[in-house]
Design a binder for this molecule. Structure first.
Ligand code: HEC
Length: 151
């Protein structure tokens, strides 16, 4: 998969969500519930293509059109050139995925060399299902100002 910059791409960057300190003494990260939620110091960068922009930014109850692509990079540092991992949601044609409003969920390695995982159901969908009234998209990184203008 190729990710093009430039025209029509909208980008958001925000600090990753703080992660509560584990109560256990183990430092094991294996049970991290989300592939992209990081520790308190990681950064998220979200990109949306032109087709997805309106739903992402302007719509109170978004309905992303087929062809929408949302990419979330996880960066260890704000200025890092290479992400640690990318997660992607692609809105496919109507009927593609009845369980998640036609979204496909992908995980891509930080070198952009391979799609590590793609799914219609599973852990991505299960967690994003809490946003099913908003087309499975969290948008928690939008600013208050952006939200205030949504229709
Ligand atoms: C445990 C819950 C959880 C799981 C599992 C999860 N996500 Fe997310 N995802 C979130 C939250 C919360 C956000 C918004 C905050 C953020 O990005 O840090 C988000 C944001 C995103 C975004 C940006 C669009 C949006 O919803 O705002 C994409 C794309 C995404 N996730 C893809 C995936 C993919 C692909 C998977 C599976 C490989 C996945 N997610 C698994 C919770 C989850």
């Amino acid at each position: 998969m190729q990710i093009r910059g430039g025209n029509g791409i909208t980008r958001f960057i925000f600090p990753g969500p703080p992660r509560p300190r584990s109560s256990s003494s183990s430092d094991d990260d294996d049970d991290d519930p989300s592939p992209h939620e990081g520790d308190a110091t990681s950064y998220g960068v979200i990109y949306v293509n032109e087709l997805a922009r309106r739903a992402m930014v302007d719509e109170k109850k978004p309905r992303f059109p087929a062809g929408s692509v949302i990419v979330r990079e996880k960066l260890a540092q704000e200025a890092d050139a290479a992400p640690q991992v990318l997660v992607v949601m692609v809105k496919r044609e109507q009927g593609f995925n009845l369980k998640a409003k036609d979204w496909e969920f992908l995980t891509i390695d930080g070198q952009l060399s391979k799609v590590e995982h793609r799914e219609k159901t599973g852990s991505c969908r299960d967690c994003h299902n809490s946003q099913k009234d908003r087309d499975f998209v969290f948008r928690s990184y939008l600013t208050e100002e952006m939200r205030g203008k949504q229709k």
